[in-house]
Design a protein around this ligand. Structure first.
Ligand code: FAD
Ligand code: DHB
Length: 389
């Protein structure tokens, strides 16, 4: 087989890149390790930056999002069980969109199928070769048979545990990492959301977040110790803990019900440099991880896809390779700013194991500053709605 760009990974980054390149007449084959049912059942991010919304529209996959998504003009922050609002639209002119990653992935698969795109799922042992030469190829095994695809470029969109990042030689690749000493216990429940907008809460018992998917589906998180096992958390224990950490009026309003999904995710900041090596490009979680506190993971993947799509389009359309040469530098410049924002939100809102009473007061002072300073609110809002590409 031959194609122009082999895309490893059928998550949001890989599928969106495939869809955007298709609209420019550039051929791709997507290789995905898992089954489609598995990919479509993963519950992950919920908030889209406005740039992400516009990119999905430009890719021709915005119709259902525009019908079913919820535009949020602001969010609530809380400390010591008392909340206040930060208006994104008032501060920046832009809102965000609440629309689940599961739905985004669903819409992208539907669009690729409708256009006759090639997505090979359950592809095992995917391996790129010849990335530092002019004629790379990718091998994989499907149903026990080995296949080979020759191509011009390989896009590594295969997430943190993928194969692509490891193809960059150890002497070239640099990794930067912080692992946080806690996780998030998340619950999805078929109950009306407690609030019309999200609530991010600092509390001395630990962080809590109230989010949603739609008018009948809520998503909540509480910070838990890394050693906690999800089976040890009953639904009742979860609701009790959430109630303790959020503002009193929200706790009184909270409607509880059985968890339809419950899981614990670790928190990590990670960046790999460079994001291009020869004819391999990394995009999304393959290159970087953010802790989820600023809702940046999916949005950052979409930002990378923006730079990569424009670089490849200029190569094929105009024979212009400046975008390819500068891909890593341009993407990383934005990645590091989003890493900083996610680290800042995480540090301000979580309870750290060694935290002193002084540290707790510093967090409360930072949140009080945000409550009263238009400048501080604007800085937070412009990061939350998304920095420009
Ligand atoms: P992924 O979505 O990870 O997609 C990569 C794809 O590559 C996967 O489908 C994988 O199966 C495939 N793959 C991996 N290895 C191979 C291989 N060798 N060969 C072929 N295919 C391969 N972000 C938020 O903002 N808020 C959240 O609440 C949030 N929750 C999260 C919860 C979890 C459990 C995880 C893991 C992430 C969460 N994120 C969240 C982050 C967000 O979901 C990711 O940033 C986003 O999915 C990145 O998209 P991606 O396409 O780069 O990677
Ligand atoms: C959601 C997750 C986040 O990490 C976040 O910051 C906001 C919302 C969510 O899953 O809805």
């Amino acid at each position: 087989m031959r194609t122009q760009v082999v895309i490893i990974g059928g998550g949001p980054a890989g599928l969106l890149l495939s869809q955007l390149l298709h609209r420019d007449g550039i051929e791709t084959i997507v290789l995905e390790r898992r089954s489609r049912d598995h990919v479509l059942s993963r519950i992950r991010a919920g908030v889209l930056e406005w740039g992400t919304v516009e990119m999905l529209r430009a890719a021709g996959v915005g119709a259902r999002m525009d019908r079913e998504g919820f535009v949020h003009d602001g969010t609530y922050l809380a400390a010591q069980n008392r909340g206040f609002r930060i208006g994104f639209k008032a501060a920046t002119g832009k809102p965000v969109m609440v629309y689940g990653q599961t739905e985004v992935t669903h819409d992208l698969y539907a669009a690729r199928d409708a256009a006759g795109g090639t997505i090979i799922d359950e592809a095992e042992g995917v391996m790129p070769h010849g990335l530092d030469g002019d004629a790379p190829h990718v091998t994989y095994v499907k149903d026990g048979t080995e296949h080979r695809i020759d191509c011009d470029f390989v896009a590594g969109c295969d997430g943190y545990h993928g194969v692509s990042r490891g193809c960059i030689p150890p002497g070239v690749l640099r990794a930067f990492e912080r692992v946080y000493p806690f996780g998030w216990l998340g619950v999805l429940s078929e109950t009306p959301p407690v609030s019309d907008e999200l609530i991010y809460a600092n509390h001395e018992r630990g962080f809590a977040l109230c989010s949603m998917r739609n008018a009948r589906l809520s998503r909540y998180y509480v910070q838990v110790p890394l050693e906690d096992r999800v089976e040890a958390w009953s639904d009742d224990a979860f609701w009790d803990e959430l109630r303790r950490r959020i503002p009193g009026d929200a706790a009184d309003r909270l409607v509880t019900g059985p968890a339809v999904e419950k899981s614990i995710a670790p928190l990590r900041s990670f960046v790999a440099e460079p994001m291009r090596w020869g004819r391999l490009f990394l995009a999304g979680d393959a290159a970087h991880i953010v802790p989820p506190t600023g809702a940046k993971g999916l949005n950052l993947a979409v930002g990378d896809v923006h730079y990569l799509h424009t670089a490849l389009a200029a190569h094929y359309r105009d024979g212009e390779d400046a975008g390819i040469e500068t891909y890593s530098e341009r993407a990383l410049s934005r990645v590091w700013k989003c890493e900083r924002f996610s680290w800042w939100m995480t540090t301000m809102l979580h309870r750290f194991p060694e935290q002193s009473t002084f540290d707790q007061r510093m967090q409360e002072a930072e949140i009080a500053y945000l409550e009263t300073s238009v400048a501080a609110q604007t800085a937070m809002a412009e990061n939350y709605v998304g920095l420009p590409y």
